[in-house]
Design a protein around this ligand. Structure first.
Ligand code: FAD
Length: 499
């Protein structure tokens, strides 16, 4: 046990630093002092624009008004991610947020749809996504919160945001200062550790002032100043499963229509994101430098923009994996300092939120105990490995034959946890997720069905229903989704109503 924790020092003023500072100050601000140090000389990573629905709970938890936030960060609505060319060229599907069809306690809706598929008189050859409110709204370029719509029995629409990460961090800076976060500008030039324990006691800044603290949060991004450069915590490298190691990013003008979903477009090597904001589109190509030169990446990216580029593209190098311990001694790494997963499912900002929330639950106010640290690290590990598997899934289940890159991904050996999930779905149409898993059964089903898996079996509950019963249920669900989408304004009209 160390002494009581009164002073928390967050090093780094990117999205991770400011999100963590806001949450700690908002919830524990009466019991602890929260200081955030950021350097004017070391830039933030400057990308990271697509999120997933739990961000809404985070913004609510720190007391942010949705309208203020959307205006400040030039946000648009995100209803899912459209995966283009992932199974094979000219094929697409969506990982739509929210539910699909209807939830039953013993049997997922995909079994009803599969049974319908196996029959000869299918209703208009319906796809699984015809029963997704999010997908239908996305494809018709519509959005509205259901409480503002008349007569719908659907439970709700799940959404997240695309936003300008730099503007979000600025917004959180002001908000955090109002919550009592002490903001210090400076660059760490020396880290002082206790000679016996190795715990960090203070930071010497470039202006020769000292910043001392009891608990340090490393939000220094890929610099990993405290967790790695100081404490040598170690890193599990996952690049044998996720071979991309570079991103090339460039903002561009928007396309004519600002769509309410992220586009993830697979190319000859790697994939490209298109993230539409109110004022511009964020674009980037994620690729493997072993399989594609930077020049080829540049041509691929610039050849596939929705509008004119607004800057020169810039390269960001990364190594996919995770820090062996997220919490080591009195340092907790949050954000890019804790590891990196490519932004295929927009999970990095979510991991900031999730680890910062876990820190609140495990806050060591009476001192740091190893039991607490070990349990915290175990939960972080399980969480990120689940997300890792979900991302690998997209690569593994490709049927592309156009490059060694995609063939390598098809043939690679994947983690046993993922192997089991794919095999179980192939055999039975079932997916099992643990209650704390980020991605639900419906998310996994969409990617597996979208990337060509057809389960061999159907749940006996569905087999016991007559064709007529299934057809009636499917038709009424589809009508409900279609009518709800019909009543929605366009995404653009929704955005215009914010101002
Ligand atoms: P940074 O933004 O790099 O901030 C680091 C901070 O540490 C800076 O303020 C810097 O000044 C400070 N610092 C560093 N060294 C010192 C020092 N010695 N002294 C003082 N201060 C120091 N996430 C998503 O959720 N969705 C996405 O779509 C997405 N896309 C991404 C695309 C790419 C190519 C990359 C690389 C990441 C993406 N991410 C995405 C991840 C997301 O950008 C990050 O998780 C998020 O921005 C948090 O970054 P950070 O705050 O950890 O690091």
């Amino acid at each position: 046990m160390q002494n009581k924790i009164n002073n928390v020092v967050i090093v780094g003023g990117g999205t991770a630093g400011w999100m963590t500072a806001n949450l700690l100050a908002r919830v524990l601000g009466k019991s602890i002092n929260v200081t955030l140090l950021e350097s004017e000389d070391i830039p933030t990573v400057g990308v990271g624009e697509a999120t997933i629905p739990p961000i809404m709970q985070f913004n609510q938890a720190i007391g942010v008004n949705e309208l203020d936030f959307m205006q400040a960060s030039k946000a648009t609505i995100k209803l899912g991610i459209q995966f283009e060319n992932w199974l094979k060229p000219n094929h697409h599907y969506m990982h739509a947020f929210g539910s699909i069809g209807k939830n039953f306690p013993f049997c997922d809706f995909n079994h009803f749809w599969l049974k319908q598929q196996n029959k000869n008189d299918q209703v208009d050859n319906l796809t699984y996504w015809d029963f997704s409110l999010n997908y239908q709204a996305a494809k018709h370029n519509k959005f509205q919160k259901l409480k503002h719509l008349p007569n719908t029995n659907l439970p709700g629409i799940a959404y997240a945001y695309h936003f300008d990460a730099g503007l979000y961090a600025k917004f959180l800076t002001e908000h955090g200062k109002q919550q009592g976060v002490k903001h210090v500008i400076g660059t760490v030039k020396q880290v002082n550790q206790n000679h016996e324990t190795g715990f960090i006691e203070g930071l010497l800044l470039d202006n020769d002032t000292q910043l001392s603290g009891d608990l340090f949060i490393d939000c220094t991004g890929m610099h990993a100043l405290l967790i790695e450069k100081t404490l040598s915590t170690g890193y599990d490298d996952w690049s044998h499963w996720l071979p991309c190691d570079r991103a090339m990013a460039v903002p561009s003008e928007n396309a004519e229509t600002v769509v309410p979903y992220t586009r993830s477009i697979a190319h000859h090597v790697g994939w490209q994101w298109q993230i539409p904001l109110q004022h511009r589109t964020g674009n980037g190509l994620v690729y493997s430098s072993k399989h594609m030169s930077d020049e080829e990446a540049k041509q691929t990216l610039l050849g596939n923009l929705p509008g004119k580029p607004l800057n020169d593209p810039r390269i960001i190098k990364f190594r996919t994996g995770r820090r062996r311990k997220i919490w080591n001694k009195n340092v907790i790494s949050i954000g890019l300092s804790s590891g990196f997963l490519e932004p295929l499912e927009s999970t990095n900002i979510h991991l900031v939120q999730s680890v910062a929330t876990r820190l609140l639950k495990f806050f060591p106010h009476n001192g740091i105990s190893q039991t607490l640290v070990d349990e915290f690290n175990r939960l972080c590990k399980t969480e990120v490995e689940g997300i890792r598997d979900f991302i690998i899934l997209h690569y593994k289940l490709n049927a592309r034959t156009d490059s060694p890159f995609w063939r390598l991904c098809q043939q690679m050996d994947v983690p046993d946890t993922l192997k089991t999930k794919i095999e179980l779905f192939k055999q039975t149409g079932k997916v099992h997720c643990e209650p704390n898993d980020l991605f639900t059964e419906i998310a996994w089903q969409q990617v597996m069905l979208g990337q060509g898996v057809t389960p061999a079996d159907i749940h006996p509950l569905v087999d016991g229903l007559s064709d007529e019963q299934i057809k009636d249920m499917m038709e009424s669900l589809r009508t409900l989704v279609d009518k709800t989408v019909e009543n929605m304004p366009t995404h653009q009209d929704f955005l215009s109503s914010l101002t």
